[in-house]
Design a protein around this ligand. Structure first.
Ligand code: SAM
Length: 279
């Protein structure tokens, strides 16, 4: 029995919430849902529609023309590409096939040649062998899918010569609430979201890191040309494989989506937190 005054190991809390979340959705983890190129492209398009998030992130990151940036969980290059347009070099760590292939296409489209893509999970990266440290800026933006977050953050800190920036979620997101409503009927078990910023802050605190914090809300609607395409995309994310599961999802989407300019829109929102510190 833990006394309420005993010190809690917050890294263990992060691990157990990660395990609980993965247990509630075994086929669904933060990197796997981005293996498909269609999902990666849809993510890129959604980010371009919420361009202010990208612009603000780039603007708020202390980068000069000489900076070397390490972007962990870079996705399709949403931040890596604008960083590369401002900085000397970007190393983008990204494990998912779909994301890496969209990132390479976007690099060519934007004529960006100073990004080195490392196709690995951060946990599997050997900083000396796979990367080219030191980096003035290390950033992990909505990509904290690591089970041992303390070890992951220690590795980020070691790779950085100056700043570390982390972005994560606070409180339930619209998709947490959406899955909570239909998970039980789709999968026969409760939906459990992953660990949030409260746990992250406590892990940092126990590491002796006292970050600056900024909290902001983001609206991010998903647009689909048809209900079929919405169901297909969301089925992938919801790990819905059988026809029965897909029809529960389809029904939910039909009720939850609205028509706008000839497209179907699934409204989304989340509260987000930026934590950053200088070494
Ligand atoms: C939501 S996207 C965010 C992309 C980009 N950072 C941004 O802010 O737009 C999350 C990305 O993190 C990646 N990711 C998840 N777990 C990871 C891990 N353990 N190591 C590295 N990247 C990971 C996923 O593959 C995915 O591309």
């Amino acid at each position: 029995m833990i006394d309420i005054c005993d010190e809690i190991d917050w890294n263990e809390v992060w691990k157990s919430r990660t395990d609980r979340s993965r247990g509630s959705a075994p086929g669904r983890n933060c990197a796997r849902i981005w293996e498909s190129k269609d999902s990666a492209l849809r993510f890129w398009d959604m980010c371009q529609r919420e361009r202010s998030r990208i612009d603000q992130t780039v603007w708020e990151t202390d980068i000069t023309a000489e900076s070397r940036v390490l972007d962990i969980g870079a996705g399709p290059g949403t931040l890596a590409i604008p960083f590369a347009q401002k900085a000397a070099h970007v190393t983008a760590v990204e494990p998912a096939d779909g994301m890496c292939s969209v990132m390479r296409e976007k690099m060519a489209e934007f004529g960006v040649h100073n990004i080195a893509v490392v196709k690995k999970r951060w946990e599997d990266v050997d900083v000396e062998r796979d990367l080219d440290p030191p980096y003035d800026v290390v950033i992990a933006s909505f990509s904290l899918g690591m089970r041992d977050i303390r070890a992951a953050i220690q590795k980020m800190t070691d790779a950085s010569s100056r700043y570390v920036y982390l972005y994560h979620f606070a409180g339930p997101t619209s998709w947490d609430l959406q899955w909570e409503r239909i998970w039980q009927s789709m999968h026969g078990r409760e939906y459990r979201p992953g660990p949030k910023s409260d746990v992250l802050y406590n892990v940092l605190y126990q590491m002796g890191i006292y970050p600056h914090i900024r909290t902001f809300r983001l609206e991010h609607d998903q647009r689909y040309p048809s209900l079929d395409e919405a169901t297909q995309d969301m089925a992938f994310r919801a790990d819905a494989k059988t026809e029965a599961q897909k029809s529960i999802l389809r029904e939910y989407l039909r009720e939850g989506m609205r028509e706008e300019d000839g497209a179907l829109v699934l409204p989304g929102w989340s509260t987000r937190v930026k934590m950053w510190w200088e070494k």
